[in-house]
Design a protein around this ligand. Sequence first.
Ligand code: DGT
Ligand code: MG
Ligand code: MG
Ligand code: MG
Length: 257
Amino acid sequence: MAKSSFEYVKLFERSDVLLPQCWPVVRIDGRGFHRFSDVHGFRKPNDDRSLGLMNKAATSVMKDFKDVVIAYGQSDEYSFVLDKKTNLYNRRESKILSNMVSLFTSCFTFHWSEFFPTTPLKYAPSFDGRVILYPSKEVLRDYLSWRQADCHINNLYNTVFWALVQEGGLTPNEAQVKLKGTNAGGKNEILFSQFGVNYNNLSQLYRKGTVLMKALGSNLCAAGDGDKPSDTILSLNEDIIRDDFWKAHPEILRDEG
Ligand code: DGT
Ligand code: MG
Ligand code: MG
Ligand code: MG
């Protein structure tokens, strides 16, 4: 068939093929979730319903996009690490990114009422997304460590902050002033001496975030429900900063050639 005289417009498109030999990481983050969490009455500092819904949406994304080798989530964000050799959409960045963000967002909305049965959605949530390429296992691990350290820092702050406000009777402003300049030890001390809370005994879900990985015949508890074993996604709340996790799962970032 002859080409139309309009075909030339395709020349205006640009290639956005991701570099080879690198691990693509897709990170999505809730847009304006400060407001979204307020409007929908999220519990402070952590709401198990929203964390559960985030994990559900991420699990769905991982089941659909089989080249995701590991995912890490906390708060309103999730990072999906694709296999270094992925050929998903011929490594076209905008195809990969837009499809993953779109599926995540629709799953978040689709499963909303399972996690928030008594809270109707008041407006349509959305997520931003970016792709970052990491050229080595070391930098990729540092990326994931950065996100998990962020989870810990924010969670410790939020846990003390809301204890001071909800149980200590301080105004948000007073709590902020009290915490200004305190280090981790200082915050732990306030939690322990004033509220009898040992931070290290709080749920790992809050302190460590969530790691999703493929089951690979493992008999650990699975997030899957009646799926083929190959489809089963494991949900863990482990430390991924130290070497132990990566020594136990060398297959995740296998790096031959
Ligand atoms: P953005 O990402 O630039 O569009 O703006 P935000 O507002 O989404 O900011 P971000 O992503 O830095 O921070 C996440 C917000 O989501 C933060 O204000 C706290 C809120 N959030 C996330 N998870 C929870 C939760 O479990 N409980 C409550 N109360 N809030 C949460
Ligand atoms: Mg953001
Ligand atoms: Mg956000
Ligand atoms: Mg965020």
